[in-house]
Ligand binder design. Structure first.
Ligand code: CUA
Length: 178
């Protein structure tokens, strides 16, 4: 921002400094490298999760999650969110909506679960903390990841796709018990 007009009116038309050209080249090459590695990271490292994905309507998904929560509910959090403890190896359902993750899951350490994820309204981001698992959650698509907790404790879920006025309040929880 210029408080007083610039002395040189064509201030934007000066030659670029060599060092700036250097940084532009570095940034461009790094961008290309990262672009290629989007594919490579499916094969090396544990960063990109490969998910199964199916079409589902939000209404049909909500029905599945509600039935799942009713079947395995063991308690209730403040605010009336059910705590659900599915048997080991079971299909587990979690939904995203404005602005919550529902329900709270209780899983057993060392057991594998198929975690189903979908949104009832618009795009949300499933970010499991403090482990670095990130998945974009879309309405109309049911994604399934296989998850085997290796540590007991409380894991937070934060929404990491901006989804409106309550985005920063959109948190959930997965509890892992021994
Ligand atoms: Cu949901 Cu941000």
């Amino acid at each position: 921002m210029a408080i007083s007009p610039p002395r040189n009116r064509l201030w934007w038309n000066e030659p670029i400094e060599r060092v700036e050209v250097g940084w532009i080249v570095v940034a461009f090459l790094w961008g290309l490298f990262m672009f290629v590695f989007m594919i490579a990271w499916h094969f090396i490292g544990g960063q990109n999760l490969s998910t199964e994905t199916y079409r589902v309507t939000p209404a049909a998904y909500e029905e599945k999650v509600t039935a799942f929560a009713e079947k395995y509910q063991v308690g209730e959090e403040a605010g009336g969110v059910p705590v659900v403890r599915p048997p080991a190896g079971e299909d587990v359902y979690l939904l995203a909506r404005l602005w919550e993750w529902w329900p709270v899951l209780e899983l057993k350490k060392g057991q594998s679960y198929r975690i189903h994820l979908s949104s009832l309204d618009w795009q949300h981001g499933f970010s499991l903390q403090p482990v670095n698992i990130n998945i974009s959650i879309h309405p109309g698509y049911e994604q399934i990841i296989t998850l085997t907790p290796t540590q007991a404790g409380d894991f937070g879920i934060a929404c990491n796709e901006y989804c409106g006025i309550g985005h920063h309040l959109m948190t959930g929880r997965i509890r892992v018990v021994e």
